[in-house]
Design a binder for this molecule. Structure first.
Ligand SMILES: Cc1ncc(COP(=O)(O)O)c(C=O)c1O
Length: 443
């Protein structure tokens, strides 16, 4: 052997990878993949991955723009000007917020990429960030990957939550650099009204701490509720930024288009990092996204009605099963407290495993989003109403010992018709491990 070194060759990954927490869902994901391989019809309400199609007029524009060779070159890492301008126009139209497309808007490869790189742009080793618990996992992992530390504060949407944050700001040294907010919230579907942000901005100014609001579900609202934009708060642009996305309102999750808007220095820091890491989206995706932002308001409204109806079916069914469930007025999720008698002393991870095993229904265990998620499950509105009803029947049978109407391996014609084609694609992706770690809790 060259050099005579007989020691086994080792690969030592970076400390930043070693800092990531252990993966809690391997067992559940493995069971889901096994079941699908065995031909079981798993009803997957685990991930907030939209099942409905992107708008036809947007797809048509993508195809047209893809035929133009001038769109085949590298694009701009911050997004083309016309896309950033369209985002600014939409903020003005919907929230009355003025944004300079040149300095206050940057396009990101989905808001998840944007958020993650923003943490890299803002944090140094040992910096601390306040995050509510439970939280969308990347709000914690991106901080860890950037070398920072998360200070978890029990989640809320009121004075008490802000008082808990203030307590941390007052007493922690060095003082946290940043507060992550996320309303409408994933996973807890918690919402706020405008005065909440006014108090948050005052807190940020008083303690010189930045605010990043993740507004991924800003347009996915029900019952006439309109989620306020953090940026519409006076003074917000001085202290922070807001992430938005095409993924949820326009069913364009796979297109990977998001935005970071607000404070120009923060936007510049993110743009700088992105300038080193990427060349921006494929230009036709940006051209098509412009059209979605310009002409897609009605599409977004209709999609909200679809989620609203699914939510009604799910909430009513869960209550019938015996669970205490709040009616969410936004987001793509129902955050449900599992009845004690159904938990039967188990944690939410084991409980979800059992429901998957016995009812062929996949949900995201609350514990995966933080300690305060224990005892809850997150159920995504990503199956049609018939399939949600079917999931509820199967859960009722498994948990309350009622008769199961349809065996998964012996589907009725109606069930087959109710099954979206995406379930088949999901099964293939699960088998290939394509969703990787995020298959249950990612979206
Ligand atoms: C709160 C929240 N932020 C961000 C994202 C990621 O969105 P994007 O597709 O824009 O990366 C999700 C996806 O589920 C989410 O729930």
């Amino acid at each position: 052997m060259a050099g005579g070194n007989d020691a086994p060759f080792t690969i030592d990954v970076s400390p930043r990878i070693k800092r990531l927490p252990p993966y809690l869902f391997a067992r559940i994901n493995a069971l889901k993949a096994d079941k699908r391989r065995a031909g079981n019809d798993v009803i997957d309400l685990g991930m907030g991955n939209p099942i409905d199609p992107s708008p036809d007029f947007v797809i048509d524009k993508l195809a047209e723009a893809a035929h133009d060779p001038k769109n085949h070159r590298y694009s701009a890492s911050v997004g083309i000007f016309n896309l950033r301008r369209e985002v600014a126009l939409k903020y003005k139209r919907r929230y009355g917020v003025e944004l300079d497309p040149n300095t206050e808007v940057v396009a990101t490869i989905g808001s998840k990429e944007g958020f993650s790189h923003l943490m890299l742009a803002l944090l140094g080793s040992g910096d601390t960030v306040v995050v509510g618990d439970p939280a969308y996992p990347i709000h914690m992992y991106a901080v860890a990957l950037a070398g920072g530390n998360v200070i978890s504060v029990p989640l809320g949407n009121d004075e008490a939550f802000l008082a808990r944050i203030e307590h941390v700001l007052k007493n922690l040294y060095p003082r946290p650099k940043l507060i992550v907010l996320n309303y409408p919230h994933n996973p807890a579907a918690v919402t706020v009204d405008a005065p909440f942000y006014e108090k948050a901005v005052a807190l940020a100014r008083q303690y010189n701490v930045l605010i990043v609001n993740d507004f991924a579900y800003g347009e996915t609202c029900f019952d006439g509720y309109k989620a306020p934009s953090f940026l519409a708060t006076p003074g917000a642009k001085e202290v922070g930024v807001e992430f938005s996305t095409m993924s949820k309102p326009y069913n364009m999750a796979g297109w990977r288009v998001g935005f970071c808007c607000g404070n120009s220095e923060i936007v510049r820091a993110l743009s700088t990092i992105k300038g080193y890491y990427d060349y921006g989206h494929f230009a036709p995706i940006q051209v098509a996204s412009i059209l979605a932002l310009r002409n897609g308001d009605e599409f977004v409204r209709e999609q909200c009605l679809i989620y609203e109806k699914r939510r009604d079916v799910l909430v009513a069914g869960l209550r019938k099963i015996g669970w205490t469930v709040e009616n969410p007025r936004a987001s793509m999720f129902v955050w449900a407290k599992v009845a004690e008698k159904h938990l039967a002393g188990q944690g939410s991870i084991d409980f979800c495993y059992r429901v998957l095993e016995e009812a062929d229904v996949a949900m995201a265990p609350g514990r995966g989003f933080g300690e305060n998620g224990e005892g809850f499950v997150r159920i995504a509105l990503v199956e049609n109403e018939l399939r949600i009803k079917q999931a509820l029947r199967q859960m009722d049978a498994a948990l309350n010992g009622r008769k199961r109407h349809v065996r998964p391996s012996n589907l009725s014609r109606a069930d087959m018709e109710a099954r979206p084609a995406s379930a088949i694609v999901d099964a293939m992706q699960d088998a290939a491990g394509e969703h990787g770690q995020s298959s249950l809790i990612g979206g």
